[in-house]
Ligand binder design. Structure first.
Ligand code: LFR
Length: 494
């Protein structure tokens, strides 16, 4: 079909962006219409998302996208990070700012929930890894609050933005699967889990699937953005990781992916969930993907470790530029010290260099002596966690892989990609960095009838159009084994 223009709204933990894509007739091109910072705000002890600032960024971005597009937009789709939500009152007004998943309100909640519903049963029913901030734990933490009592609807972040764009409320499935309230076998709400934990799934509007038409941009937003209507809004894989996996330029099924950004999400695309007790203990998750797929993966701390170090040094008045620091890190002694990059102790913000140094000391390793050594420790540790996760995922699922695809922002980090190839002992294909936005527009374009076929065809178009970098594994494979042995639990994560 002839090429059309689509806008992808992709909200990440450190920045949001509106990308303009041209798709069709063999073409797939993407450019950034607008990028804006995402600054979480702490007030009265709680860490919030500044959702109106994000909404403002979305509107500004849509205005820019509309201006730059050749003609009317054939669609808009929204994806973002997972698990977090806004509550609406009976009139549809937002009740307070959404709480950030890194807020401390969920501390200790998973343990309390475990007393009511044993982790074994929770995993068998939902297949979700235990992350302290899963939506279900946030809802248990919020139980009894005036806000939750006043709430008539709960909208996950991309669903909230989609609601403001269209006036229509829905719950998109890939992101719903991160709530820990969905049964990955039926791909519907798990009544037994909701009942056991006293969660009212009636707060969630009806489920929607990627490719469903969510609605169209309402007149108020058309006026605000200068877009020419009608503009359809499509449900995409609204969990950014689900969109990023659509955006993996893989051929066949013998591949692992690592979606890198604030987090590293490393794993496999499967046809069915793995709900074994062994899988639970290895803390693998079964999130839902497009076209009936399962994202079998583990959350690794990701570039958050590096971003937080940079913020801390900046606060201390010793700001470093990233590029020279990475060059110095590349020359630093390899594998001098490593930490467990799956450890939840690194989730909260604050003094990351100090926490890394203490983790090194605790495991009998030398503390990094300067910023470059700290950065090297972070990147070596991420590569080591990538390796452990890719290996474990294969073992637990019975699927073996030949290639590791690194997509997302971290694909631009050549040192991280090379270390990942070395650690995994597998070739790494790096790129595209904008996999989430690409996955978002591919699903829109298919829904709009501009593209056809399944994931294989969508990925074929990516391979034909996206610039990719190849890294062959090098170096001493045994050194990675020895480094892994230095950190307790390093081979199985948490
Ligand atoms: C990545 C991501 C992860 C999710 C984390 C928190 O951006 O969506 O998949 O576990 O953010 O929502």
């Amino acid at each position: 079909a002839a090429a059309r223009d689509f806008a992808a709204v992709d909200l990440g933990a450190s920045s949001g962006r509106v990308m303009l894509a041209r798709v069709g007739g063999g073409e797939l091109s993407l450019r950034e219409a607008h990028r804006f910072a995402n600054h979480p705000v702490r007030v009265r002890g709680t860490l919030h998302w500044d959702i109106l600032a994000l909404w403002h960024g979305v509107l500004t971005g849509l205005r820019a996208a509309g201006r730059e597009a050749g003609g009317p937009l054939a669609g808009v789709g929204v994806d973002s990070w997972a698990v977090d939500y806004g509550l609406l009152d009976a009139s549809g007004a937002l009740l307070g700012n959404p709480v950030h998943y890194r807020d401390g309100r969920t501390d200790g909640v998973a343990a309390r929930v475990a007393e009511v519903l044993p982790p074994r049963e929770l995993y068998a029913a939902t297949g979700l890894q235990e992350l302290p901030f899963n939506t279900v734990y946030q809802l248990v933490a919020a139980r009894g609050s005036a806000q939750l009592a006043a709430a008539r609807q709960l909208l996950l972040i991309p669903d909230l933005i989609t609601y403001w764009l269209t006036g229509r409320a829905g719950t998109e499935l890939t992101n719903a699967s991160t709530t820990q309230l969905i049964d990955p076998r039926t791909r519907a709400w798990s009544r037994p889990v909701a009942e056991a934990l006293g969660v009212d799934t009636g707060l969630f509007p009806a489920l929607r699937r990627p490719g469903d038409r969510a609605g169209e941009v309402i007149p108020e937003v058309l006026a605000e953005t200068g877009l020419a209507g009608p503009v359809p809004v499509w449900s995409v894989a609204s969990h950014d990781t689900a969109s990023a996996v659509v955006g993996v330029p893989a051929a066949g099924d013998r591949f692992a992916y690592i979606a890198t950004g604030t987090w590293s999400l490393a794993g496999l695309e499967l046809d069915a969930p793995v709900l074994s007790e062994e899988s639970r203990r290895a803390n693998f998750t079964n999130e839902l993907g497009v076209d009936g797929t399962v994202r079998y993966l583990r959350n690794i701390m990701g570039l958050w470790l590096l971003q937080e170090c940079l913020r801390e040094w900046e606060r201390a008045g010793a700001g470093y530029a990233l590029e020279p620091l990475l060059r110095e890190a590349a020359r630093a002694e390899p594998l001098r010290s490593v930490v467990d990059a799956g450890d939840p102790e690194f989730i909260a913000p604050g003094d990351m260099p100090g926490r890394i140094a203490r983790a090194c000391a605790r495991t009998g390793q030398p503390e990094p002596r300067d910023a470059a050594e700290t950065v090297r420790c972070v990147l070596d540790s991420l590569a080591l966690a990538h390796r452990a996760t890719v290996r474990e995922a294969q073992r637990l699922s019975g699927r073996s892989v030949e290639t590791v695809h690194v997509v997302g922002g971290g694909a631009r980090n050549e040192l991280l990609c090379q270390l990942t190839a070395d650690a995994c002992g597998l070739p790494v294909v790096a790129g595209p960095a904008e996999a989430a936005a690409l996955g978002n527009v591919l699903v829109q374009a298919r829904a709009a009838g501009v593209l056809g076929g399944g994931l294989a065809e969508l990925r074929g178009l990516l391979r034909a159009t996206a610039p990719l970098r190849h890294h062959e594994p090098m170096g001493d494979a045994g050194a990675w084994d020895r480094a892994a042995a230095r950190i307790a639990g390093g081979e199985v994560g948490r």
